[in-house]
Design a protein around this ligand. Structure first.
Ligand code: AMP
Length: 134
């Protein structure tokens, strides 16, 4: 089933479009966390970052950087986070990979507010576990 973003890309649903390239579209989020909250969405309908073909990844990152710079400039060089909710446990609601460019006004709530510490030796184990999957 086509995601809501595919319908936006195909022009079936209106959006506030920032830019469209051959491979991506950037639109304003309809329920923004802050003014200027923007989504960069690859046109290819895939759910997760790891599903994006390597051949498309550079173009995607280039567009994220280009749009993020414009968002920041538009709001007085505001700081911002770039966030990807990759999978439902990570908060992904729309199953079509997309990056949030989230402007951070002074004093705004930090997205990463819960932290923990590794137990003794655990950090090295986790590092090795991930490196084994490269
Ligand atoms: P996520 O939780 O990462 O899947 O984020 C999905 C985002 O899509 C949310 O921030 C929604 O506000 C946004 N969204 C959903 N429908 C639309 C729409 N029609 N136009 C723009 N943004 C949308």
């Amino acid at each position: 089933m086509a995601s809501i973003f595919t319908k936006i890309i195909q022009g079936e649903i209106p959006c506030e479009k920032i830019i469209e390239t051959d491979s991506e579209i950037a639109i304003l989020d309809i329920m923004p966390c802050a003014k200027g909250h923007t989504l960069v969405i690859p046109k290819l309908e895939v759910k997760l970052l790891e599903d994006v073909p390597e051949s498309e990844a550079l173009s995607l990152m280039r567009t994220i950087q280009y749009v993020a710079k414009a968002v920041s400039t538009a709001f007085d060089r505001i700081d911002y986070n770039i966030i990807l909710n990759n999978g439902s446990n990570a908060g992904q609601e729309v199953e079509h990979v997309h990056f949030h460019i989230l402007p951070r006004p002074k004093g705004s709530l930090r997205p990463f507010h819960q932290r923990s510490n590794y137990a003794e030796g655990e950090m090295q184990e986790v590092g090795a576990k991930i490196r084994n999957c490269l």
